[in-house]
Design a protein around this ligand. Structure first.
Ligand code: ADP
Length: 251
């Protein structure tokens, strides 16, 4: 079987996080062009929600779940992230990439905010047909709390294992995980507490870099390392050359 790559596009890369669902089409076109030029046989894309979904989820308090009679937030939030997904898929397809959107709201079940299941048989079939599934952070129905938000980073952690991914990359709007102004070249679970990235990690109340690192350290422990790099280095990551970012490793 050929090498399988999972690439996540950060919400901060593809949307303007300071505005309400403003999609960064220029950045999306650059990303699509870089992917279409790379010699990649089998690729799964995941993207964050950025400003399409997070404001809605917050407005309706989805982090606390949902109860009967107060479910509008589920529909409204899913519609916002789906709109972004459609824009991502459309841009990829205009570059000749055989992309198709997959919505976790339709295919996943969670409990207490964590994914319990995600149907992958159709993803396997799509990869066999050389299609590019494009999956996104989404609302997912939750057995304990009614509904929850499953982040793109949680999806990366789950799908990398479920799909037997060989290489995982996260494209973001910074050059890697930063300790002050410096990129941390390698992060392992043992050294993570000693790094001075604590304060900036805490700036994002929705999990931000801290949530991302927890997912990626868990993934590394499961035997799959990952790379975090600036979006302009997607070509380097896909081609397996140095990208100047951070490697998250198991040891
Ligand atoms: P998401 O899909 O969760 O929005 P992104 O990759 O777009 O993921 O966002 C990660 C964000 O984390 C970046 O915009 C960056 O500014 C922020 N961040 C906070 N702390 C750090 C840190 N120590 N190193 C790197 N990025 C950090």
């Amino acid at each position: 079987m050929c090498e399988r790559i999972l690439l996540k596009l950060g919400g901060s890369v593809i949307t303007d996080k300071n505005a309400d669902c403003v999609i960064n089409y220029d950045q999306l076109s650059l990303v699509a062009s870089a992917i279409s030029k790379a010699d990649t046989k089998s690729i799964v894309l995941v993207h964050g929600a950025g400003s399409c979904g997070h404001p809605e989820a917050k407005r309706y308090g989805l982090e606390h779940g949902a109860v009967a009679g107060k479910t509008d937030g589920i529909y409204v939030t899913h519609r916002a992230v789906s709109r972004l997904n459609e824009a991502v898929v459309g841009t990829l397809r205009r570059e000749g990439i055989p992309a198709a959107g997959i919505h976790p709201f339709h295919t996943a079940v969670a409990d207490k905010g964590r994914l319990l299941s995600f149907e992958c048989r159709h993803l396997e079939k799509m990869l066999m047909l050389k299609m590019v599934p494009v999956i996104h952070g989404d609302v997912v129905m939750d057995l304990s709390q009614g509904a929850c938000i499953v982040s793109g980073d949680q999806l990366v952690r789950y799908l990398a294992v479920a799909l037997g991914i060989n290489r995982v990359g996260l494209a973001t709007d910074v050059p890697g995980v930063l300790d002050g102004e410096q990129v941390v070249p390698v992060i392992t679970r043992n050294m993570a507490p000693a790094l001075h990235i604590g304060s900036s990690m805490h700036t994002d109340v929705t999990g931000g870099m801290r949530g991302k690192m927890n997912e990626l350290l868990d993934l590394a422990q499961a035997g799959i390392g990952s790379e975090i790099f600036h979006v302009s280095r997607i070509g380097d990551f896909l081609n397996g050359t140095a990208h100047g970012g951070t490697s998250v490793k198991g040891e």
